[in-house]
Design a protein around this ligand. Structure first.
Ligand SMILES: [Zn+2]
Length: 233
């Protein structure tokens, strides 16, 4: 049974170091203009994990700055443009805190990738991963309050001021929601080389293997074609 039943400090240990020990490769940070093609996960928590690509070989991190994180969050529908402007202003006013918030977001990202990779493979996630996600989730809850708007309960930020961790907070809440509700057998990791992206398979047949047929799917088809040609010659 998977349980989120203990507490841990958000900065208690460094998942990045652990991930590096596993892959022996620092994700190479590169500037990336996000497009809609980068949002194939079917859920913001998966799309966020997918902001590192080539997880399986030479990981590349597409979030090079706090501003890029905000770009990504706007495109992913996590924050609106007004909130994005407030976050950018807060980051410009305190660059050091923005760097720290970015590092925390990246720590959450590694935890989410480990968590959902395990769930996609029907494995139980490691306990330290659960503790890490739980710590982010607790922080997210603590920074929100419940209010009643038009007869419905709505979770809103407890502070009107821009909080540099707001994107991480939203992602942590979304991630825990997803981890408890994704359709059985439909959480997948792309079978392509130099990928490792995660997605929920919403296809009718439930046989989606690739993050995107136009990239990883076609690459795999091309490799199979080349292999057949080699064996026929
Ligand atoms: Zn792929």
């Amino acid at each position: 049974m998977i349980a989120l039943n203990a507490t841990a400090g958000v900065s208690g240990f460094t998942l990045l170091e652990r991930k590096n020990a596993m892959t022996d490769t620092m994700p190479r940070i590169e500037a990336h203009e996000f497009t809609i093609a980068d949002f194939i996960g079917g859920h913001p928590a998966l799309d966020f994990a997918n902001t590192i690509t080539s997880w399986d070989q030479a990981p590349r991190d597409w979030i090079d700055t706090y501003s890029r994180l905000v770009d990504w969050a706007v495109m992913g529908g996590l924050v609106d443009t007004n909130r994005a402007a407030a976050l950018r202003k807060a980051a410009a006013n305190d660059r050091q805190q923005a760097e720290k918030a970015l590092a925390r977001a990246k720590d959450l990202r590694l935890a989410l990738h480990s968590l959902f990779s395990a769930l996609a493979e029907n494995r139980e996630p490691e306990n330290d991963i659960l503790l890490k996600v739980e710590a982010f989730w607790r922080r997210a809850l603590a920074s929100h309050t419940i209010t009643c708007i038009d007869g419905r309960l709505v979770v809103v930020s407890a502070s009107r001021a821009a909080d540099l961790d707001e994107i991480s907070d939203r992602l942590a809440r979304h991630a825990v929601d997803l981890a408890g509700t994704f359709p059985a057998g439909r959480l997948r990791q792309c079978a392509g080389d130099r990928c490792g992206w995660l997605f929920v398979d919403h296809s009718k047949a439930g046989r989606r293997r690739w993050c995107d047929m136009a990239t990883c799917g076609n690459n795999a088809k091309a490799r199979r074609h080349q292999a057949r040609q080699r064996s026929a010659s």
